[in-house]
Design a binder for this molecule. Structure first.
Ligand code: ADP
Ligand code: MG
Length: 776
């Protein structure tokens, strides 16, 4: 059945060519016990390896059941070893981390025999070699003779036609040797057994046929065989190992190295921990920012002022800027960049009307700030006093001084475009005492979250409080103030100039006056909400509009319109100053600023588009530019957050690469450690692919383990991190690990470790089986 014709095998080590087999020609019968006898180093192992297909020969021809192996592919050899050959080695070559049953099953596992049949056949084989009582032991729990029996059972389990035994009793005492030899002799009744030994007594006692061997040559053959007509029933079943088998094999291996595996997984999980924590923090912070945005920033107004910065100009200017430099003895006169970027908005009646047409679904609250003065008087304990809405510290009560009367920080709350919709004050402010204003003449006092308001605002209203003193709600609520119009307030002097009427009581009692009343004390709803109105008095824009309506045709306005000097102070005025005085007196309704409060974050975009539409097709100078402070801030924080996340993830990513390299080194170590096992697997018919799989499976297990460990540790870490952050910043649950991120990280960890381990795995698969088995 087996016929070797002129087989040669050369080895080339260190540049010198050695010849292990030198034209060996021999044929074997289907059933016989052949002993190959020769001194050590004579080429006996090489011969067995060539017969078993572990070591491919260089020339000659091997004929198995009448078929030449010349056209065998690697996988054919694998299948041949798995189906037809059983190897028994001198040093047993059992896989230490597998149980005895698993060891015996390994060859059948490779040929894809189902689990139950495998187990049954392995048990039978072990019973046959007399190990019935040791089925559930590990190789290390057995004696040498018992281990060799396991090896024989493993060789038998797949029911091979040829049993190859390489010095099977070399490591055994004489008594045990006899038992093993008897067992092998018994097996030779059914199979071709080729045994290699350097012990002539053993050979003569048990073998049917002795071939003497020396220096790779056959010297004598006690019972030569000439093959006559070969039978052609040779067929190979292909072997294949499933990834699951590979996983199980590696899992058992890893189990024997728990400490190392844990440390490795932990070390390589550090990168994952880093990334997971960075992601969960940025995730949480982004959520906080988004929340804050919708709570506060969305309500933050889009501002249109008479004079604004043109950022587009600033940027394009910076880009195209030529480097101009003054000569040594010259001064270079240039417009500053800031001046270049300054843009004057013409807030004409046309534009104001355009703004008023904004869809109330986008912004229901638009406010205009105007520099128009209100002539206010209050009866304080029987004395009539001039008062004003201002948070600026008033030097004296001189109404003619513009500096104080144009006021700093007086708040005008916006009028609703659609009264049926939610109102700005109701949305953002809550009543501390009193009620919300219900008509244009109602005033409110704004306090901050601590119930504090501006002392100047109260002083300017005629309340006698000092810094740090408290005043009861009741003293403030219900306070009435008279609003006098220009004709009642100013008197014309014979010179044509005007002065405020000195008889305040008379002005106070004028029937044309409007009565204003403080109806409520309000504060911002949530502390997170940005204060849109400054602490102090706030009044409606309708009130200002009413004042303008009444005052624009007043005597003083008419006079001022004709005059080149200030009708109150006689100061000479240029065009700009004159316009300012006219506005102050209520001559026109041009606002100094417009504030548009978006209803929510989404509608803001629509408002901005609406504002952009106005500028379409207009000259640069005629365009009206707005400032979206909230948008600028959002972009800034969002971009910053992203940048920080990227940088941190990149840093943590470096440790991922480090762990990938580490896993590579570890797999390489594992390959070195498991060289024998690789040889055994190959002797049992494992394909290259199967060997790669075993190591890929091992790294896959490590990758999943380190990924899961990393994610678990990162998740556990979010609790103390959140505790610390809450103590530091009052923000709750900032660190939140997104489950999708967790899954992605585990996948990345698995892929990276598998990548790192795949190269050593390929190296393992390429290992020469014959050399692997020689390795000690
Ligand atoms: P035996 O089993 O009879 O002791 P071997 O078959 O192991 O002998 O080796 C026969 C000869 O071939 C020895 O001289 C050995 O050094 C050489 N040899 C075997 N395998 C290799 C190899 N992989 N590389 C180099 N030399 C080898
Ligand atoms: Mg040998």
């Amino acid at each position: 059945m087996l016929n070797l014709k002129d087989i040669k095998k050369y080895y080339n080590v260190g540049g010198t060519e050695t010849r292990a087999l030198d034209g060996v020609t021999v044929a074997f019968r289907k059933k016989e016990f052949v002993a190959i006898l020769g001194p050590s180093g004579s080429g006996k192992t090489t011969m067995l390896n060539v017969i078993g297909g572990l070591d491919q020969y260089d020339s000659g021809d091997l004929i198995i059941n009448g078929q030449s192996t010349k056209h065998f592919k690697l996988t054919d050899w694998d299948a041949y070893r798995n189906n037809s050959i059983g190897f028994v080695f001198q040093s047993y070559n059992l896989i230490g981390h597998q149980g005895i049953l698993d060891n015996v099953e390994l060859g059948m596992t490779l040929s894809g025999i189902p689990k139950e049949e495998r187990r049954k056949r392995a048990q039978e084989a072990l019973e046959r070699v007399g190990l019935k009582d040791h089925l559930n032991k590990k190789p290390s729990q057995l004696s040498g003779g018992q281990m060799q029996r396991v090896a024989i059972a493993r060789a038998l389990a797949n029911d091979p036609e040829i049993l190859l035994c390489d010095e099977p009793t070399g490591a055994l005492d004489s008594e045990t040797s006899v038992q093993i030899m008897n067992l092998i002799q018994e097996l030779s009744q059914e199979k071709l057994v080729i045994m290699v030994t350097h012990n002539p007594d053993l050979a003569r006692e048990y073998a049917d046929r002795i071939i003497e061997f020396s220096d790779g040559k056959i010297l004598t053959d006690s019972n030569p065989y000439i093959e006559e007509k070969p039978d052609n029933d040779f067929e190979l079943k292909r072997t294949r190992m499933s990834f699951l088998t590979a996983l199980r094999l590696s899992f058992n291996n890893i189990r024997t190295k728990k400490g190392r595996t844990f440390l490795t997984s932990f070390a390589s999980s550090i990168g994952i921990i880093g990334i997971a924590i960075v992601l969960s923090l940025s995730n949480g912070f982004q959520k906080q920012i988004d929340k804050t945005q919708s709570e506060t920033l969305a309500q933050f107004p889009v501002t249109i002022s008479q004079i604004t910065q043109d950022n587009t100009e600033l940027f394009s200017n910076a880009n195209t800027k030529k480097q101009e430099k003054a000569a040594k003895d010259q001064v270079l006169a240039k417009t500053s960049e800031q001046d270049l970027a300054q843009h004057t908005n013409d807030l004409s009646t046309e534009y104001v009307d355009y703004i008023k047409k904004i869809n109330p679904d986008w912004s229901n609250n638009v406010s205009f700030s105007r520099s128009t003065n209100l002539n206010l008087l209050r009866d304080v304990d029987g004395t009539i006093k001039q008062v004003q809405f201002s948070n600026a510290k008033a030097e004296g009560q001189n109404a003619a001084s513009f500096a104080t009367s144009t006021g700093v920080g007086i708040s005008v709350f916006p009028d609703q475009l659609d009264p049926s919709k939610d109102n700005f004050l109701k949305q953002n402010y809550q009543v501390v005492d009193g009620q919300y204003p219900s008509n244009p003449n109602d005033l409110v006092l704004i306090v901050d979250e601590n119930g504090t308001t501006n002392v100047n605002a109260l002083n300017n209203l005629g309340f006698d409080v000092k810094n740090g003193e408290s005043i009861s709600y009741q003293d403030i609520l219900g306070t009435t103030i008279k609003l006098a119009f220009n004709n009642a307030y100013y008197t014309k002097l014979p010179t044509g100039n005007f002065i405020p009427n000195q008889d305040l009581t008379k002005v106070y009692d004028n029937s044309q006056n409007q009565t204003l009343k403080i109806v409520g004390i309000l504060k911002a709803k949530s502390s997170a909400t940005m204060d849109l109105l400054a602490p102090g008095i706030a009044y409606s824009d309708s009130l200002t509009q009413e004042v303008i309506k009444q005052n624009k045709d007043s005597e003083i306005v008419k006079a001022q319109d004709q005059s080149k000097t200030n009708v109150l102070t006689n100061e000479t005025l240029d065009e700009t100053k004159k316009a300012a005085v006219l506005t102050y007196l209520g001559a026109n309704a041009t606002p100094s600023s417009i504030y548009i409060y978006p209803n929510n974050f989404k509608t803001k975009e629509k408002i901005l588009t609406y504002l952009d539409d106005y500028n379409k097709g207009k000259d640069k100078a005629d365009q009206v530019l707005y400032t979206d402070l909230a948008g600028t801030m959002t972009k800034l924080t969002g971009g910053l957050m992203d940048a920080i996340t990227y940088v941190l993830v990149a840093f943590a990513g470096i440790s991922l690469v480090t762990s990938m390299i580490m896993i590579g080194i570890l797999t390489y170590t594992s390959v070195l450690e498991r060289t024998k096992e690789i040889g055994v697997l190959k002797a049992l018919g494992a394909r290259k692919k199967d060997i790669t799989r075993v190591f890929d499976a091992e790294t896959a297990i490590l990758g999943v383990a380190s990924g899961v460990l990393g994610v678990a540790i990162a998740y556990a870490a979010t609790f103390p991190i959140n505790q610390i952050l809450e103590n530091l910043t009052d923000l709750q649950n900032v660190a939140q690990l997104n489950p999708i991120h967790a899954v992605i990280l585990i996948v990345i960890s698995t892929i990276l470790t598998m990548l790192g381990g795949h190269l050593p795995a390929r190296m393992a698969a390429k290992k020469d089986a014959a050399i692997a088995l020689r390795a000690e």
